[in-house]
Design a protein around this ligand. Structure first.
Ligand SMILES: NC(=O)c1ccc[n+]([C@@H]2O[C@H](COP(=O)([O-])OP(=O)(O)OC[C@H]3O[C@@H](n4cnc5c(N)ncnc54)[C@H](O)[C@@H]3O)[C@@H](O)[C@H]2O)c1
Length: 446
């Protein structure tokens, strides 16, 4: 992946000594960089969260929320679906936040490389070993946890080119996990997806984590006699998923469950996202991919910016109040904060102290839905965006797509109970922030 960038490159930034000129937020420095090994302003003791794919849509918002919460971040991204300028924007938004709150600005380092490039990643990890690297001696890493976003995510493309998806989403992840093990980094948050539920969503019920289990679980329910324990067997249903992308998420989870079972020092959380939408309230960050995204919010955005004339609506004869499918749209900032809750919960039992108050996860592999728990139809989203943007969004009803389901809405109880996390923003907030981002982007083009 990312073969157009044939040399790993590192950049770092802090308030004291930024290697990145914050005034150059329009700079797109795609290309080959010289490797800069120095971590400016780093005393060699600072701890970092590694974020792979940290310049992508969800990754960039998560990096910003991590920085706002006081974590130092190390981003690894090969720019295959993002731009260098997004790093500048994360720094700018973080700096604005910390200046306003008079709080210290955490460090942000960027390494432009393929996360599956083992030699380059090994060199990077060596830079973050606490103390000098000595052969044969196991040392602690200054990387306290990993949030793994880097992946390919186009469903239709994954049907045409499955090997490309298995290579980037599965093979490269295996290499990363082996390296992490080598460097004693075993707190891992995985970007999964509601697509692991496959056609189970067709039943129209709220989707529970127990609907897709990789190992047996015992769930306790309050009952008249105290507590009722229900034993649930593993039930991953590979055939319920209609595309290779979804299967890379299911297989990714299964691999992580096996790894965690084999070694209790791993602490792994797989987060199953529902439908992210919107952007940071500053208007600086939104969805800015190289390959046009096929999600509904991205398709509507293209109508709002005039890039396309109509929105294709895939069927208006579904069993819903207005005939269009129901989805659980979650503000991307809420989603980003879910990662911080997960990191804190996964870390609360680890050797290092967590910065966040929150939940605690006892199991060393656990899945969580990240959604709002409320469904909205496609037409409801369209009408909300029309009202917020004061712009018409012409729709063209076309045939249903194979594999689409009527409803996909999260049961959010487990995340609330165990992560201490729930969404705070509404669909209107998400639409407002999406329009704000698009408007700023459009003004910049003028
Ligand atoms: N956006 C959604 O609707 C959605 C829903 C469910 C799950 N997810 C998952 O969330 C994660 C992030 O999604 P997103 O929407 O932010 O995607 P994105 O494409 O915007 O971000 C992915 C980032 O990873 C980088 N990347 C890809 N392959 C890489 C590699 N080999 N090495 C280094 N960097 C690499 C890309 O350049 C990009 O910056 C993905 O794993 C995706 O499957 C997304």
């Amino acid at each position: 992946m990312g073969s157009d960038f044939n040399s790993p490159s590192s950049f770092s930034s802090s308030l004291e000594s930024s290697r990145v000129d914050l005034s150059s937020s329009d700079t797109d420095q795609d290309g080959v960089f010289e490797k800069a090994l120095l971590l400016d302003g780093d005393d060699g003791n600072s701890q970092y969260v590694l974020v792979t794919g940290g310049l992508g849509y969800i990754g960039s918002h998560t990096c910003l929320e991590l920085l706002k919460s006081g974590y130092n971040v190390l981003i690894v991204d090969d720019l295959s679906n993002s731009y260098y300028r997004i790093f500048d924007k994360i720094l700018k938004a973080s700096q604005e936040f910390h200046t306003c709150n008079q709080t210290a600005l955490p460090k942000a380092n960027l390494s432009i490389m393929d996360y599956g490039d083992v030699p380059a990643m090994r060199e990077l990890f060596k830079e973050y070993v606490a103390g000098p690297v000595t052969a044969g001696i196991t040392r602690r890493s200054r990387i306290i946890g990993v949030i793994h976003f880097a992946a390919l995510k186009q469903v239709e493309e994954s049907i045409r080119s499955p090997l490309k998806y298995y290579e980037n989403n599965i093979s490269a992840q295996l290499k990363l996990l082996k390296l992490l093990d080598e460097f004693n980094i075993r707190t891992y948050i995985f970007s999964s997806s509601a697509s692991v539920y496959g056609s189970q969503a067709a039943a129209g019920q709220l989707l529970c984590e127990e609907d897709c289990l990789h190992e047996p679980e015992i769930t306790s329910f309050p009952s008249a006699t105290g507590e009722r324990l229900v034993h649930r067997p593993p039930n991953p249903n590979f055939t319920a998923i209609t595309n290779a992308y979804g299967r890379t998420k299911l297989f990714g989870e299964a691999i992580l469950a096996d790894l965690a079972r084999s070694d209790p020092s791993w602490k792994v959380i797989a987060l199953r996202y529902f439908n992210p939408i919107g952007g940071d309230a500053s208007g600086l960050l939104g969805e800015e991919p190289r390959t046009p995204s096929t999600t509904l919010p991205a398709a509507i955005s293209r109508v709002l910016t005039g890039a396309t004339q109509n929105l294709n609506v895939y069927g208006d004869d579904w069993d819903s109040h207005d005939g269009t499918p129901i989805r659980d749209f979650i503000h991307v900032t809420d989603l980003a904060r879910g990662h911080i809750a997960a990191l804190a919960a996964a870390s609360s039992s680890a050797s290092w102290s967590s910065k966040e108050e929150g939940g605690s996860v006892k199991e060393n592999f656990r899945t969580f839905n990240l959604g709002t728990g409320s469904g909205h139809s496609v037409f409801e989203l369209v009408h909300t965006l029309e009202a917020v943007s004061r712009q018409a969004i012409p729709c063209r009803v076309v045939q249903r797509r194979p594999g689409d389901v009527m409803s996909s809405v999260a049961n959010t109880e487990r995340a609330a109970r165990e992560l201490g996390w729930k969404t705070e923003m509404t669909l209107v907030d998400a639409c407002r922030d999406l329009c704000n981002y698009l408007e700023k982007g459009e003004k910049k083009k003028d």
